[in-house]
Design a protein around this ligand. Structure first.
Ligand code: ZN
Length: 85
């Protein structure tokens, strides 16, 4: 049963989202706000893993099956160049 959860970084309502099966997460809450500072700042942490990773960032999520433990959801980030340029 979905409940309303709000991102602690941008305070937008998070989506109740079925994660890809390989993640093993099942339904999780995810902040899909492209302006979220967690998402916007996360690419810095991933950048040093290589050229191909530069456009990926982590969205903020919470796992309801694990007491809403915070998790990072890797996602394409088209804003990286804007921020660095
Ligand atoms: Zn957010």
């Amino acid at each position: 049963m979905a409940e309303k959860r709000y991102c602690p970084y941008c305070h937008e309502e998070m989506e109740y989202w079925l994660a890809p099966p390989e993640t093993g997460w099942g339904y999780i809450y995810v902040c899909f706000n492209n302006k979220c500072k967690f998402y916007r700042n996360s690419s810095d942490n991933i950048k040093n893993k290589g050229e191909d990773q530069r456009h990926f960032a982590a969205r903020y999520g919470e796992d309801p099956a694990n007491n809403f433990h915070p998790i990072n959801i890797l996602a394409y980030n088209p804003f990286v160049k804007l921020e660095n340029g």
